[in-house]
Write a new protein. Structure first.
Length: 425
């Protein structure tokens, strides 16, 4: 094989001597044989196989390629060690779209795969703000609230979770406004930015802690989605709130039994310091609600329960509105991503009771007990204005702990296209 491999698609079965192979070779040409349904998944799997054979440079050729199939190939061909070198096919608009996706996903993937030591909470906020400013220029303004200032402004969740670390927690408030000073906010994005999660005093086992550099996957995903939408010409005002902290153990760390009083007056008993993501998102959701946005979208690597429910090929979605759920499902299907709605009823707000506060941040049992993902969403609902449309994405598919048939190990950026598409609607 040569250093440059050309790859084409066909719906013809391979010649008999190839058996059931889904990829065949002839000199410097690889052919992916599509059979049956779910062609994007087949293409991504074939790309993983090609990359595992040491190939690093690919030229896509042939009439069957489109934007979605080329993007699926790039997802399978990417590894944590290097971005793919892919020569796209199609007209100029298709190639520009694919390059915009690749750059946006690359930004998110770099953050997710970065070591916890190299990505402190304030640094995460700065990197996100600078990248979006490079794209949006003077249409982007921002401020970063950090450390004790968080407590002064009553962002008690981010401050509590992050105070155990020597490196201060932070909230990024970013405004993308291409319409003018008084334009209404169409969408507010909220991302969980836990740059490392030890579990706090509810400490994780070592094997459960190893991949927790990915716990800022929500922050990186919403940032990448906004950046991609901006590259695509987004003409709406959007606000972004990243809730950034390290959840560590020290003499300053928050403790089980602590009670937090949030800006909206809701009191929360901490019964599990490893249920920290919802505590920081509560601040972001209140800030998003105060922005007057018509739609709030939050994204977080929030619960293992979501992974148990939908696996690692889907992201779980929640909303009190069937209209919002249908909109998210339609957009995900349109861009070749997978989401699945899990239950969220009004009584889920009461599923984490406390004898000492309005609610607890979980239930005092492993994984928060049955229905843990819905109960977490019910907790978040306490902090969303009742008259706003709201979508919560529990990113079960944001990170691959180890290589598999679809993904290399590391960040996947699955969810970025769905959120970027929702920004345009």
């Amino acid at each position: 094989m040569t250093d440059l491999m050309k790859v084409t698609l066909t719906k013809d079965a391979p010649a008999a001597h190839w058996g059931k192979a889904d990829v065949t070779f002839s000199n410097d040409l690889a052919t992916i044989h599509l059979q049956g349904d779910d062609e994007l998944r087949q293409i991504q799997q074939a790309a993983r196989k090609l990359r595992s054979q040491g190939l690093s440079t690919i030229a896509l050729e042939g009439e069957l390629w489109n934007v979605d199939s080329q993007w699926a190939f790039s997802l399978g061909f990417t590894t944590a060690k290097s971005e793919p070198e892919i020569r796209w096919t199609g007209d100029d608009s298709a190639q520009i779209e694919l390059q915009n996706r690749l750059e946006s996903a690359g930004f998110a993937r770099h953050l997710i795969n970065e070591t916890p030591e190299n990505l402190a909470p304030v640094k995460l906020a700065i990197l996100a703000a600078h990248w979006l400013s490079e794209i949006g220029g003077n249409k982007v303004t921002y401020r970063i609230i950090e450390g004790q200032e968080l407590l002064e402004q009553k962002w008690v969740g981010i401050h509590a979770v992050g105070r155990g670390s020597e490196r201060p927690p932070a909230m990024l408030e970013l405004d993308y406004n291409p319409l003018g000073e008084d334009a209404p906010v169409s969408v507010a994005l909220v991302g969980k930015g836990i740059t490392f999660d030890s579990g706090g005093y509810s400490i994780k086992a070592s094997e459960g802690m190893l991949g927790m550099k990915c716990d800022m996957g929500g922050a990186s995903t919403v940032t990448a989605a906004l950046g991609l939408a901006m590259k695509q010409g987004l003409n709406k005002r959007v606000k972004l709130f990243l809730c950034c902290a390290e959840n560590l153990i020290s003499g300053h760390a928050y403790k089980l039994g602590d009670i937090l009083t949030y800006k909206n007056g809701v009191t929360v008993e901490v019964v599990n310091t490893d249920a920290e993501g919802r505590l920081v998102l509560a601040d972001g959701l209140q800030a998003a609600s105060a922005s007057g946005a018509e739609l709030i979208i939050d994204a977080a690597t929030l619960t293992g329960a979501a992974v148990m429910a939908v696996g690692t090929n889907y992201n779980a979605i929640f909303s009190p509105s069937s209209e919002v759920l249908a909109m998210a499902q339609a957009k995900a299907a349109e861009v070749g991503e997978r989401v699945w709605p899990l239950p969220l009823d009004p009584w889920h707000r009461e599923m984490c009771p406390s004898a000492y506060a309005d609610t607890a941040n979980s239930r005092p049992m492993k994984g928060g007990g049955a229905g843990g993902a819905s109960n977490a969403a019910g907790f978040l609902w306490h902090f969303v204005s009742p008259d706003v449309k709201w979508l919560h994405m529990d990113l079960a598919s944001a990170f691959a702990d180890s290589p598999n048939g679809l993904w290399a190990a590391g960040g996947t950026t699955h969810g970025m296209l769905t959120i970027a598409g929702l920004l345009h609607d």
